[in-house]
Ligand binder design. Structure first.
Ligand code: GLU
Ligand code: ZN
Length: 295
């Protein structure tokens, strides 16, 4: 009775439609939750209107429904959470954990994306400046359920990172941590492209006094030629009439068993069977998986 409930989530960004790689991540997250009778939430990470593709939000919801991936409760949109992010940025500034940065892209060239700390003690005004979070000179790590031990030295490998952009948009790192905490997420299952965001998120959780969720990073599906599957506007949406074959292909990518005659099953039936046979230990322990290997 008192065991903490499992709360998982899928958190797509509407900068494109769902493609096969996002299906693999959504499916893993869904099955990991359903296998233990957990809840599965949906959060639209629509933080960046300029990069949003018109119609992508509706198409994502439609794809999930067509594929039988029904979520619990109300859809949450990050675009409706700006007050919470603003309050958090203020709090971090007050606590002197964050500061305003006015460096231009040009000034930051040649530092390999690791902020050299120019504005740390400058005391710039907030307007027309990015807000950066100070990182400690220490290592943050965790044990991923698939990828194993992973850590980064925040000072040396990441540097002070942006939590609010100069144009006023809130950063993914900030919003994801606040919202996972706010929604009570116990288990984050997502693509391995976010493995190297996790130490930053652990640090933010620590600052906010949040409980660390468990993490499972599934392999990122790449093209046979090694290129990333387009997350861009060019990638076609998941074909609506191909739910069963695409789900079977995604299950295969996740190393899961397939039911006899699965090709004839409806998406919902297939998902029920797959949740009963879900075994996360069979997921390939690799950060990327070329699609050609799956055939
Ligand atoms: N919105 C992020 C993405 O689509 C995923 C966030 C997460 O799962 O933590 O890449
Ligand atoms: Zn700066």
């Amino acid at each position: 009775m008192n065991t903490p409930a499992y709360i998982g989530r899928f958190a797509p960004t509407p900068s494109g439609y769902l493609h096969f790689g996002s299906l693999v991540a959504a499916l893993a997250s869904y099955l990991d939750a359903r296998a233990v009778g957990g809840r599965w939430l949906l959060r639209m990470e629509d933080l960046d209107p300029p990069r949003e593709v018109p119609g992508a939000q509706a198409a994502i919801l439609k794809s999930l429904e067509n594929y039988g991936l029904h979520w619990d409760g109300e859809l949450v949109r990050q675009s409706e959470r700006h007050d919470a992010y603003a309050a958090l940025v203020d709090e971090l500034l007050q606590r002197r954990l964050a500061y305003a940065c006015t460096c231009s892209r040009k000034q930051l060239e040649g530092y390999q994306g690791i902020y050299p700390g120019f504005c740390r003690e400058a005391g710039h005004a907030q307007d027309n400046a990015a807000i950066r979070l100070r990182v400690p000179e220490s290592r943050y790590g965790f044990v991923d359920r698939v990828q194993g031990q992973y850590s980064q030295h925040l000072g040396r490998e990441v540097g002070d990172f942006v939590i609010r952009r100069r144009d006023g948009l809130y950063a993914y790192q900030l919003a994801v941590v606040l919202d996972d905490g706010w929604q009570g997420v116990t288990d984050v299952v997502r693509g391995a492209d976010l493995l190297d965001s996790t130490p930053r998120q652990l640090y933010l959780q620590e600052l906010l006094g949040l409980t660390q969720p468990r993490y499972l990073h599934v392999p990122l599906i790449i093209q046979p030629d090694g290129h990333k599957l387009g997350k861009s506007y060019r990638s076609p949406p998941l074909p609506a009439d191909q739910a069963t074959p695409m789900l079977l292909r995604a299950l295969r990518a996740l190393g899961q068993p397939l039911p006899d005659g699965g090709e004839q099953a409806r998406a919902e039936e297939l998902l029920r069977w797959a949740s009963q046979h879900w075994d996360a230990s069979r997921i390939p322990r690799t950060r990327t998986l070329a699609e050609a290997q799956l055939r």
